[in-house]
Design a protein. Structure first.
Ligand code: KIV
Ligand code: ZN
Length: 515
């Protein structure tokens, strides 16, 4: 059996199915480039049939990434497969990932198809996908609740039809590690042609077991794990890439395989994804949480100072943590700025984009004398957020008054479709007053579901990074903004959310039942 574990990242597809985590085409390309730098083997870039926007994003990723295989998702339907094949046409290396549900409950209640019909449709989908690429993955959706004999039957048939990877998803996160490992073991034992394809797993985290289930599958012979940065994904998310990769690396004594991942890119990529999606990483999250390598108790600190391995099983620098460093300041020039961004893996498509980012950097350096890597990342994320097409609302100016014993008031001037509107409103605090003033102008009818502020670096001169979650008619988006003034950061985040929620959305969901 191969000693290489293939890392298949689905941040741009399943990750994007987290409510509010939708990404623009440019954001997807930036994340895909970061994944390529990290040496991810396969990047699932999206679900091309879902909408013209998804198609364009998969196509753009296929054009920009050269070293990773680019994958597009397709239900087991001719039209889905043709669309995926078209979107992937320009990829250096492409994969079509087609799927159909195989559990009794999904076949009867969702698809209303007999098992024979499901097998026939899977076979025909794989054959069609092979007309576009030799690299075809077949997923048995809800495999975690499917009958083992039926899984063997359908997998044997799709191998004959040309599938090269067989994916076993625990779609609803129902399995326990031993049980899931046994499923992989049994499939490999029972299927006569098991050695003709790679077994893959795709675990959801509904019971908090996605990583444990994936690792148990690897011990039992799976050689591809599907995962996402920060564990993003539908509902409770998918297995987190950083946890799977670091478990296999740290416990190499227990695994007979290794990954090709350059782990030093893990933390910067986690930050990039969190900044773009607005999904903050909890401080105690393994590997990428702010506290993952922080020792609070005196006994631990003493031990680590004497001999690091007393309490540390991994080195922070191996996963890309660098001490907060002052990298640039007010007097730094364009070259130093560009060089540092290149070191952080951030490139610009044009001189214009570089100039725009550089002038933002100068503005920030006037307010905040020490600029850290985290500041640069936030600044570039913000410059990208502002480049959203159809940006209807822009902040022109904001003045807030907050005084003991007085009701806070915010006076805001917004540019709406190029026309200036000014309004003052009162609220229970300066942020509340600001949001009320924006809403009185925008009349958007959105509901604020979440408001959170994080400091980007330490110190009271740090930039505050604000995330808001807005809901309108069942649609949810996240908005972000960063500034050394958290009321301005809040206004930027709210406007960013409004600009996103007003974009048309016509996407299908991959698990929709119109087979
Ligand atoms: O969770 C799931 O079953 C999926 C499939 C499309 C692989 O995301
Ligand atoms: Zn999934």
């Amino acid at each position: 059996m191969s000693d290489k574990l293939i890392i298949f990242d689905t941040t741009l597809r399943d990750g994007e199915q987290s409510p509010g985590a939708s990404m623009t085409k440019d954001e997807k390309v930036r994340i895909a480039k970061a994944l390529e730098r990290m040496k991810v083997d396969v990047i699932e870039a999206g679900f091309p049939i879902a909408s013209p926007g998804d198609f364009d994003a998969v196509q753009a990723v296929a054009r920009s990434v050269k070293d990773s295989t680019i994958c597009g998702l397709a239900r087991a339907l001719d039209r889905d497969i043709d669309r995926a094949g078209e979107a992937l046409k320009e990829a250096n290396s492409s994969r079509i990932h087609t799927f159909i549900a195989t559990s009794p409950i999904h076949m009867q209640m969702k698809l209303r198809m007999s098992p024979d019909e499901v097998v026939a449709q899977a076979v025909s989908a794989v054959k069609r996908a092979r007309q576009f690429t030799d690299d075809v993955e077949f997923s048995a959706e809800d495999a975690g609740r499917s009958e083992i004999d039926f899984l063997c039957r359908i997998f044997e048939a799709v191998i004959e039809a040309g599938a090269t990877t067989l994916n076993v998803p625990d779609t609803v996160g129902y399995n326990l590690p031993e049980q899931f490992g046994t499923t992989i073991h049994q499939l490999r034992e029972k299927m006569p042609n098991a050695d003709k394809a790679i077994f893959s797993v795709h675990c959801h985290n509904d019971l908090g077991l996605a990583v444990a289930n994936s690792l148990s599958a690897v011990v039992n012979g799976a050689r591809q794990v599907e995962c996402t940065i920060n564990g993003l994904g539908e509902r409770a998310g998918n297995a987190s890439l950083e946890e799977v990769v670091m478990a296999v690396k740290t416990r190499k004594d227990l695994f007979s395989c290794t990954t090709d991942i350059d782990t030093s890119h893990i933390v910067p990529t986690s930050r990039l994804v969190s900044g773009i999606t607005g999904f903050a990483v909890q401080p105690n999250k393994a590997i990428v949480g702010a506290n993952a390598f922080a020792h609070e108790s005196g006994i631990h600190q003493d031990g680590v100072l004497k001999h690091r391995e007393t309490y540390e099983i991994m080195r922070a620098e191996d996963v890309g943590w660098s001490a907060n460093r002052m990298v640039l300041g007010k007097h730094s020039g364009r070259n130093a700025f560009k060089t540092r961004l290149t070191e952080l893996g951030i490139d610009f498509d044009s001189d214009e984009a570089l100039n725009e980012a550089f002038s933002r950097f100068k503005e920030l350096a006037d307010k905040k004398h020490e600029i850290y890597d985290e500041d640069l990342q936030a600044l570039v994320t913000e410059a990208n957020l502002d480049s959203i097409v159809n940006e209807r609302f822009k902040l022109a100016s904001l003045k807030v008054c907050s005084e003991t014993g007085e009701t806070p008031e915010a006076c805001i001037t917004l540019s709406v479709d190029g026309e200036e509107h000014k309004l003052c409103a009162q609220g229970s605090g300066p942020v509340d007053a600001t949001f009320k003033a924006i809403e009185s102008i925008a009349q958007s009818g959105t509901e604020l579901q979440l408001y959170s502020v994080n400091n980007i670096t330490s110190g009271t001169d740090s930039q505050g990074e604000v995330t808001v979650r807005l809901e309108k008619g069942g649609r949810i988006v996240n908005g972000q903004g960063a500034d050394t003034d958290i009321v301005i950061a809040s206004a930027k985040a709210y406007l960013n959310g409004l600009n996103k929620i007003l974009l048309p959305e016509d996407r299908a969901h991959p698990q929709a039942a119109d087979v």
